[in-house]
Design a protein around this ligand. Sequence first.
Ligand SMILES: *Cc1c(COP(=O)(O)O)cnc(C)c1O
Length: 348
Amino acid sequence: MEKVIDLRSDTVTQPTPEMRTAMSLAEVGDDVYGEDPTVNRLQQLAAEKMGKEAGLLVTSGTMGNLIATLVHCQRGDEAIMGDKSHTFLFEVGGISALGGVFPHTLPNQPDGTLELDDIRDAVRAKDVHHPTSRLLILENTHNRCGGVVLTAEYTRQAGELAHEMGMKFHLDGARIFNAAVATGCTPAELAAPADSVTFCLSKGLCAPVGSVLCGSAEFIEKARRLRKMLGGGMRQAGVLAAAGIIAIEDIAPKLEADHRRAARLAEGIRQIPGLYLPFGQPASNMVFVGLDSETGLTAAELAARLKQEGLRVGVVAPDRFRLVFHYWISDEDVDRVLDGFRRVLTAA
Ligand SMILES: *Cc1c(COP(=O)(O)O)cnc(C)c1O
């Protein structure tokens, strides 16, 4: 049986053998007491990488973004974010349901940014009728905009504007290590203007579970209480943190290979009649592929045929796929995927 090539997401990544060994050997303690040495080591390492004072291991990126919003905002405050942002689209409305925070969306530009003028205009004047604009949330890399990358310069300008307008700035850096590779900046440089930043250990970094929320020591102290309130106080979580440490130290430096393979797949896709690249050449580890209507197929139908060949791709619209590269995808796999697309399209 040929290996299944799963490109639906980088969340499907399994832990590496080194991770499994480190997990089994991890020194652990009760992390709610702050006594898990491996969790403490991960949090310190994460904070250093993000250039912040402190870090907090949370169960997921969703929890990290939610806690950050709850720390920065009071009930009835509003948070400004992109209309294609993960927090707006894919986090179950948690900031409203659990925090009473009002999302004020602005159009995400194709490059993942929000226009600075749009942000300036969105901030509410002090008026008894208005909610208080308290928080700006940006995303890097930007998932729904095609894995595009915000520059350090743009992030600096947006952060400066947010602070000038009396807001806090949270960066959803679920894939900030990918952004770092793509820009040649360090994650700390990309996160420097942000008051808080979340990144995922469990995506392209291969760890089985977890994200880390980073910020000032004071911010993290509040975040820790909220994590407990949300039921996210974990005990011997060092078994998870051990994988997270390897994710940061060993897997993050290898992300460049994922971007290279994504670029090569995109070049191959261009040569296949019936397929195109709606976002052009990929900026990071995601390739969005469009399906021409002349093929007479929907993306779901094509994906079902690919699945029979052991190729799993994400379907994100009736005529669009998302293919996400990660540690477990090799150069040969890129060729197999291109062959698979060619075959199922000619068979159609
Ligand atoms: C995956 C992701 C998150 C959080 O995801 P979890 O599945 O909750 O860990 C947040 N933001 C972005 C941009 C993401 O891609």
